[in-house]
Write a protein that binds this ligand. Structure first.
Ligand SMILES: Nc1ncnc2c1ncn2[C@@H]1O[C@H](COP(=O)(O)OP(=O)(O)OP(=O)(O)O)[C@@H](O)[C@H]1O
Ligand SMILES: [Mg+2]
Length: 911
């Protein structure tokens, strides 16, 4: 037998084939009669082997959880046994009996899908095999590795990309039962030789498919991964032993003393890594984080730096230098990266030589200057020379000067300056808010891939694992090829995982999907790190979160009813209209909730516009103008016309009065609504500043800095959440009001995270305003009830157009609940609604947490995960006419409020 293209054969086949058994005929199975048969008589050959001890895979790999904890990084040996907290059980390799000779004559067939499920004998076995086209040649040239699945009397052959490449039924059950290493079998015109047994666990996890080309190159001996990752201080090492150092390197010393208390010392490369990365055999020198930085670092940031260092140095995954730091918002991803850059730029483990010279940071436009500021904040302006690209500072200047080592550029500018950037050799690439690279086809991703920089880091506060294809794109960006090709990834991971989550999934499919998901997490967990908000809670002041249900004004109610009775809404509910008419109806209702004058403007715009597009909108607005007063002037809108606006004004007044030195961030998703809010500020003499999509990028940081400054006289920061929410620090404000709600909880969470973050000095008050009984409540309910589902929208780029509504859901959306204090509370089926007076208990009765609840008291999570229905039940809640409101802010707005939910995090000196 010759060595062949089959990867397993490149090492030489250890199995000696003894004999070639001629085919025999089998009795046709009942299934056979119903299935189209190939006229050929197929062979089932068995070649016995003397070798009876099988080893499935020689690649031991490392497994860690997605969020590593002490000791979670373990070594796995797939060949024998392995342990891993987050991986499934070890496969136990079988010691096989001496070989049997088996005769059979199955037919080549086309098996209808699901056929194998009908086999009477359900025990499934898996084998690693090599295959080639059937021939009588004595010396086979094996064409590839594959996985053979034996179930009852049927066989399925899958290539290492997970694709079916052969199927057959009606083999002799007894013969298949005895199938073992060295045996040969014909299937679908292919000759297959069994190389070894695959444990169900290895099949279910998908590990068996990684034998060949798509094999993740996980380090087999990574000391870094074996180490207790979460105690960086344990890794303090003595300088290299003398024998390790060639002459001339005796004086290589760490830049900072690794032995002083609290020094943060990076992991040392093991001998494999030294061999791989230090061809000149430089002595190993400790890499020690600058004590100036260490002094400021939070514990989770120290861990994050060790993680990033190990990733980009190829210590966690052999030969791969990518990482995803997916810490929740506000955890200081910027500082962790700055520490990494500063360290690698001055130090290195091999003879102390710096690892990198030039770094490229790509970030959303509004954060370019934030990066500059953070560099200055932590390193001053002398240590490191950074070059933020803006209108006055072009990339060309950077490329011509050896002076600068860090280029900070927006994604948009990167595309425009790609040719110049390609001329520079960057050693480290950092992509801030990098979830935008989730699509490998978009220009930004292809541009960045073309830079051929090996050490790649994605920063994102958004969970990355919600969409499996997007997940692949991010993984493949930082560590190209690690999950194999996209097609194999789909077959091996995506398809089984998606199938397992469908309600119709069988137990078997569920189990397979879960195992594959676990394996995927295990593989990628080595270079993805996500910590939640909890890790910094203790450094933050209290946060008082309120959901405020505002009664709609009479004009709003009348218009709302009229809209719901419109022909457009009725047709919509009958599914009679084309395209997306419900989006137009939803848009009109949302505008009305913000202020009726917005709806008035839309009606007028459509009236005067020559492009009166479509019947739907016309029928939606029909007769609405008549509801407005005859002389209605939208520019002269009144505050009473909108329930939320009334509440907002009272809230601003009470904050101004009770906390004159504190400031407010006022957020809306709509520019038109921001215009109204701005007008209200003017009318009431509140000083304000504003940041929305129109604000030039070059001015954004200045506006933010100015607001955050204690000398600023601005009382209000008007913020368009979609345009400017991501990544901004608005710690100058300690009250944040969300004036409207988005379908996507991530948008709201992003906005809320702007003020409750490191550096905030005051207790933070968050108010989410919702109009009682309207679509806003429904959107809120959808946000909190869909969180457990995989389709939950948690990605900022997803909008309502991505949401599918059933007719039932639309009916619910298009209902106005006029008599309820709070439909959301009604849905909770809370005990307090069964009180005699129906108003709920008093806050005083339950001073620590809530005044009513159902079910067990779950541990509250303070993380930035979207709130769930059951968590909301744990919040304090009370109706607006409740007599004893201890919160002075709520007390002042109660008149227009029908219901409150309140939750306090880090309660101590709150309110
Ligand atoms: N160790 C620290 N001590 C004090 N302040 C810190 C520390 N680390 C970070 N900060 C500050 O916390 C704020 C948030 O940090 P940063 O902007 O890096 O968060 P992030 O993780 O990037 O969040 P987002 O996902 O919202 O962009 C910044 O003002 C930063 O200077
Ligand atoms: Mg950030």
């Amino acid at each position: 037998m010759r060595r062949s293209a089959a990867p397993s054969q490149l090492q030489g086949n250890p199995f000696k084939k003894l004999k070639f058994i001629p085919p025999g005929r089998s009795n046709p199975s009942p299934n056979e009669e119903n299935t189209k048969m190939s006229p050929d008589v197929k062979l089932f050959e068995v070649v016995a082997s003397k070798n009876t001890f099988l080893q499935l895979q020689n690649n031991p790999r490392i497994c860690s959880s997605n969020l590593p904890t002490e000791g979670s990084a373990r070594e796995i040996n797939h060949g024998h046994n392995y342990s891993g907290k987050h991986c499934s059980e070890a496969s136990v390799m079988a010691t096989l009996d001496p070989p049997h000779t088996v005769h059979s004559a199955p037919k080549e067939i086309t098996v209808p899908k699901g056929q194998e499920e009908e086999e009477p004998d359900s025990q499934v076995k898996y084998f690693s095999v090599v295959w080639c086209k059937a021939s009588k040649k004595k010396h086979k040239k094996w064409e590839g590795d594959a996985v053979l699945i034996v179930k009852g009397k049927s066989l399925i052959l899958k290539d290492l990309e997970g694709k079916d490449i052969g199927r057959g039924i009606a083999y002799k059950f007894k013969e298949l039962e005895k199938l073992e290493e060295g045996h040969r079998v014909m299937i679908g015109g292919k000759e297959v030789e069994v190389m070894g047994i695959i444990s169900p666990d290895d099949f279910n996890s998908g590990r068996c498919f990684q034998l060949g080309g798509g094999s993740p190159a996980i380090s087999s001996s990574s000391e870094a991964a074996k180490k207790c990752f979460f105690n960086p201080f344990k890794s303090v090492c003595k300088p290299s032993s003398k024998e390790n150092r060639p002459n001339g390197f005796q004086d290589c010393k760490p830049r900072h003393d690794p032995h002083v208390p609290n020094s943060l010392v990076m992991s040392r490369p093991d001998s494999n890594q030294q061999w791989m990365f230090s061809k000149n055999r430089f002595p190993v020198v400790d890499v020690v984080i600058d004590p100036h930085l260490v002094y400021h670092l939070r514990p989770h940031q120290k861990e994050g730096i060790v993680f990033l260092y190990e990733c980009v140095m190829g210590m966690r995954v052999n030969g791969r230098c990518g990482a995803i730091l997916a810490d929740e918002m506000g955890l200081g991803k910027t500082l962790q990266c700055i520490s990494l850059i500063w360290t690698l730029q001055c130090q290195g483990p091999y003879g102390g030589k710096p690892v990198i010279k030039k770094t490229l940071i790509v970030t959303p436009g509004s954060l370019v200057n934030n990066w500059k500021k953070e560099f200055q904040k932590w390193l001053g302006s002398e240590r490191i020379k950074i070059f933020p690209v803006d209108q006055d500072h072009k990339v060309e200047e950077f490329t011509k000067s050896p002076f600068y080592s860090v280029l900070i550029i927006s994604y948009e500018m990167l595309l425009r300056s790609l040719d110049q950037i390609k001329n520079v050799k960057f050693d480290l690439l950092i992509c801030d808010e990098g979830h935008r690279l989730k699509n490998s086809a978009i220009k930004t991703t292809t541009a960045l891939i073309s830079l051929s920089c090996e050490k790649r880091v994605i920063l994102t506060g958004t969970p990355v694992q919600n969409d499996l294809q997007e997940f692949f794109a991010l993984i493949d960006f930082v560590n190209p090829g690690i999950l194999g090709s996209l097609s194999s990834y789909r077959k091996i991971y995506e398809e089984p995982i998606i199938i397992s989550r469908q309600p119709s999934a069988s137990e078997e499919e569920k189990e397979l999907g879960e195992k594959r998901a676990a394996e995927l997490t295990c593989l990628t967990g080595l270079f993805i790190l996500r910590r939640t908000q909890e890790v910094i809670n203790k450094y933050l002041p209290p946060k008082i979160e309120n959901v405020v249900f505002c009664r709609p004004g009479p004009l709003q109610v009348e218009l709302y009813r009229k809209l719901l009775n419109s022909q457009a809404v009725r047709f919509c509910l009958q599914g009679l209209l084309g395209s997306s008419p419900h989006l137009i109806c939803i848009g009109a209702l949302k505008k009305l909730c913000n202020h009726p004058c917005l709806l008035f403007n839309s009606i007028k715009e459509k009236e005067y516009s020559s492009t009166w597009d479509g019947n739907e909108e016309r029928s939606l607005y029909e007769g609405l103008v008549d509801v407005f007063p005859a002389d209605y002037n939208p520019l002269m809108f009144t505050e009473e016309e909108s329930g939320k606006l009334q509440v907002l004004l009272k809230l601003l007044a009470v904050i101004h009065e009770l906390r004159p030195t504190e400031k407010v961030v006022l957020v809306s998703n709509y520019t038109q609504t921001l215009n109204i809010l701005q007008e209200v500020c003017k009318r009431h003499g509140y000083t304000y500043t504003r940041l929305d999509g129109q604000t030039p990028i070059s001015q954004r940081q200045q506006i933010v800095d100015c607001f955050n400054s204690k000398y600023s006289s601005d009382f209000i920061f008007l913020l368009s959440s979609k345009a400017g929410g991501v990544g901004l620090n608005l710690i100058g404000g300690s009250h944040l009001i969300l004036y409207d709600i988005d379908w996507n909880p991530a948008t709201d969470i992003q906005a809320m995270s702007r003020v409750w973050r490191d550096g905030q000095k005051h207790p933070v008050h968050i108010y989410r305003l919702l109009t009682t009984g309207t679509i806003e409540e429904k959107i809120y309910q959808r946000q909190i009830s869909k969180q457990d589902l995989s389709e939950a929208v948690v990605d900022l780029t997803k909008t309502s157009e991505h949401i599918q509504f059933s007719v039932e859901e639309l009916k619910n959306l298009f209902t106005l609940h006029e008599s309820s204090h709070c439909v959301t509370h009604d849905l909770l089926d809370c005990e307090c609604t069964r009180d005699k007076d129906g108003t709920g208990g008093s806050l005083e009765k339950f001073p620590n947490s809530r005044n009513c609840q159902l079910g067990p008291h779950h541990q509250k999570s303070n993380s930035l995960k979207p709130l769930s229905m059951s968590q909301l039940k744990q919040w304090k809640h009370f109706s607006g006419d409740h007599l004893n409101l201890t919160d002075p802010f709520l007390e002042r707005i109660r008149e227009n409020v029908s219901f409150f939910f309140q939750n306090i995090t880090n309660q101590s000196t709150a309110i």
